[in-house]
Ligand binder design. Structure first.
Ligand SMILES: CC(C)(COP(=O)(O)OP(=O)(O)OC[C@H]1O[C@@H](n2cnc3c(N)ncnc32)[C@H](O)[C@@H]1OP(=O)(O)O)[C@@H](O)C(=O)NCCC(=O)NCCS
Length: 175
């Protein structure tokens, strides 16, 4: 089993769109209406939006490959790219998605470790993320990885207001 990681560039926008659609659908279509799913997909993952995010110096995307096949991706944000005002000492994991057929093979942990590596390199003290309160699989994964719930915020799936738990992991003691 060979695992590789590659930082995405602007040229990867279509490939990023493909895996974003596929993994978002796999994860959420069973618990959300097709109308709300489509509204979210069109707003968040249209090519123009993805190209804007790929061009933002405070965001980084990575593809993870298993035996040369793209198996998942990671998006991390710092500074103003974070979706909440968490300050300059924080790094956000905005997206971490593994295709369902590749889950439970250690790839999520591999991407999460990559995010922690970036955070430590950039002298960040906190790593955080928002996760839908009904996404039990991801919440269990994050807890296993040492995250704790420290808050909540609203998230719009189409016209439906949903609650995301904010989960945080402290990397370096502040004291
Ligand atoms: C959540 C997700 C990223 C986890 O990735 P994964 O590749 O399946 O998880 P891994 O195989 O790397 O698991 C790492 C560790 O977490 C544990 N773990 C994973 N899922 C778990 C679960 N549902 N419950 C308990 N432990 C879990 C594993 O047992 C493993 O433990 P170990 O280190 O002791 O062996 C993946 O399931 C996924 O992409 N889900 C769909 C998309 C999603 O919900 N993304 C998050 C949006 S906020």
């Amino acid at each position: 089993m060979t695992i590789n990681i590659k930082k995405c560039t602007l040229e990867d926008s279509r490939k990023l769109q493909e895996i974003s659609y596929e993994t978002f659908n796999e994860t959420f279509k069973h618990q959300n209406s097709p109308e709300n799913m489509n509204a979210y997909l069109e707003r968040a993952y249209n090519l123009k939006q993805l190209e804007k995010e790929l061009s933002n110096n405070s965001s980084q995307f990575f593809f993870v490959y298993l035996n040369n096949e793209v198996a998942g991706y990671l998006k991390v944000n710092t500074n103003d790219a974070q979706s909440e005002e968490m300050g300059d000492e924080s790094l956000e994991i905005e997206r971490i998605y593994i295709k369902s057929k590749f889950q439970k093979h250690g790839l999520g942990k591999y991407l999460l470790n990559k995010a922690m590596e970036i955070a430590i390199e950039c002298n960040k003290k906190i790593i955080w993320l928002g996760v839908w309160e009904k996404n039990e699989n991801a919440i269990a994964f994050y807890k296993k990885m040492g995250f704790v719930q420290t808050g909540a915020h609203s998230f719009y799936m189409g016209d439906e207001e949903q609650t995301d738990f904010i989960m945080t992991k402290t990397l370096i003691s502040l004291y």
